[in-house]
Structure formats: structure tokens, C-alpha cells
Design a protein around this ligand. Structure first.
Ligand code: HEM
Length: 159
């Protein structure tokens, strides 16, 4: 409770116990003197929705990796495009866990398992901040379907 003691030390009640006569050690801070820290301007703000992917600013892979520790931004990469999901995460219908688990990573194939091009256009395009290259997907995409013929099974009855 160090902060409480500190506050008490700074306030000396007068003998009348009237609020208006409480004296602070230091002069009163006027509202116009209070400095509110503005967040740092973002190096990579969202880009115009009609900007083609090829014209997005290039974000080097290490910059993608440390966006969270640097700017507290939740970036993930889909098809070499960087999406800022910081504002999406609390609204994401698929939950926040999946977004959190791919921060700073590529999640292209996982994304396309659950979303259509149309959903990406409507909900994802406005989250673009740049394009990148070389950001790794931590998981290898499993084969979707392996036909038995491809494995050399030539038995009848599978046509
Ligand atoms: C740019 C990033 C993303 C956007 C804009 C986005 C958007 C959406 C939207 C709009 C939906 C609702 C489903 C629909 O209307 O079709 C959805 C559902 C979902 N999303 Fe995402 N999502 C993103 C990233 C991800 C990632 C990285 C994953 C997992 C790897 C994921 C997994 C899911 C799942 C599991 C659902 C629920 C699907 C269902 O209920 O059938 N999303 N997302």
C-alpha cells in the first residue's frame, strides 16, 4: 500500500477538517498541467482499403516478429500480407486464442481452412498494414486428401 501512504503524506488536514482547507505539500495540479502520454505514432498504420497488395509498404520479417513487444500490436501474416488483428481479436467469431497463437507468425493455410475470399475481402482487407516475406508458419499443412490410386492401389471398386 505504498501508494496510499504516499498520498497520505502529501496531504495535511487543517484543524477544521474542512475539505476546502486540505493542503497539499505541493501546489495544486491544474487540469491543464496534467500530461497524458499519447501512444507512440504507429510505424505501420492500416492502409487505404483500395490500395493493391503490391503497393503495401514492405515490412521486414524481424519487424513482424517483434510487433507485439515493440508496439503492442497483434500482427499475423496470411499469404505474405501483414494484418493487424489488435482491434479484431475481441470480436473475432473464432475466438481470441487462435489469433493470439499466431501473433508474429504466418497462418495462411489455417486461415483458408475457415474463411472464404469474400470474408477476407470484407473483414480482413481493412486490417492490412503491409506486405512481408520469410515469416514462418509454425505448422506444416497436412495433406487434405490422398487418393488411394495415388498410393498405387489399383483395386477395382473405387471409381
Ligand atoms: C485477418 C485475420 C482474420 C479475420 C479478418 C477473421 C475473420 C473471421 C470472420 C469474419 C469469421 C466469421 C465466419 C464467417 O463469417 O465466415 C471468423 C470465424 C472463424 N475464424 Fe477467423 N479471422 C481471422 C483470422 C483467423 C485465424 C488466424 C484463425 C485460425 C487459425 C481463424 C479461425 C476462425 C475460426 C475457427 C472461425 C469460426 C469458424 C466457424 O464457426 O465455422 N481466424 N473469422
Amino acid at each position: 500500500m505504498g501508494w496510499l501512504q504516499l498520498n497520505r503524506q502529501n496531504i495535511t488536514p487543517s484543524s477544521t477538517h474542512n475539505n476546502s482547507t486540505l493542503h497539499k505539500d505541493h501546489s495544486t495540479t491544474h487540469i491543464e498541467d496534467i500530461h497524458i502520454d499519447n501512444p507512440q505514432p504507429r510505424c505501420y498504420p492500416p492502409v487505404a482499403i483500395d490500395l493493391p497488395d503490391a503497393s503495401l509498404p514492405f515490412v521486414p520479417a524481424p519487424t513482424v516478429l517483434d510487433a507485439e513487444s515493440r508496439d503492442h500490436r497483434l500482427w499475423l501474416v496470411i499469404d505474405n500480407i501483414v494484418y493487424d488483428c489488435t482491434d479484431l481479436i475481441s470480436e473475432h467469431p473464432g475466438g481470441s486464442t487462435v489469433i493470439n497463437s499466431f501473433v508474429g507468425k504466418d497462418c495462411s493455410w489455417q486461415f483458408w481452412r475457415f474463411h472464404t475470399q469474400e470474408r477476407m475481402r470484407v473483414y480482413g482487407r481493412g486490417l492490412r498494414v503491409g506486405r512481408t516475406n520469410g515469416v514462418k508458419n509454425p505448422f506444416r499443412e497436412p495433406a487434405r486428401y490422398v487418393g488411394l490410386r495415388r498410393l498405387g492401389n489399383t483395386d477395382e471398386g473405387w471409381d
